[in-house]
Design a protein around this ligand. Sequence first.
Ligand code: F3S
Length: 58
Amino acid sequence: MKVKVNKSKCIGCGDCEALCPKVFVLKNGKATVKESPTEEKCARKAAYACPVNAISIS
Ligand code: F3S
């Protein structure tokens, strides 16, 4: 699984980290993806919840 955060879209709302802290962490007001994420289910929830669609999963 590959998870990406489009940092120019991310507004730092923090939903992704709240829903899926094993995959996302906020740094300097932007979400970043932790190394080798495996929690696909919650990563997908976070992608769905992100208000600006900044998260892509493949
Ligand atoms: Fe940013 Fe969306 Fe997460 S705005 S902090 S990627 S929920």
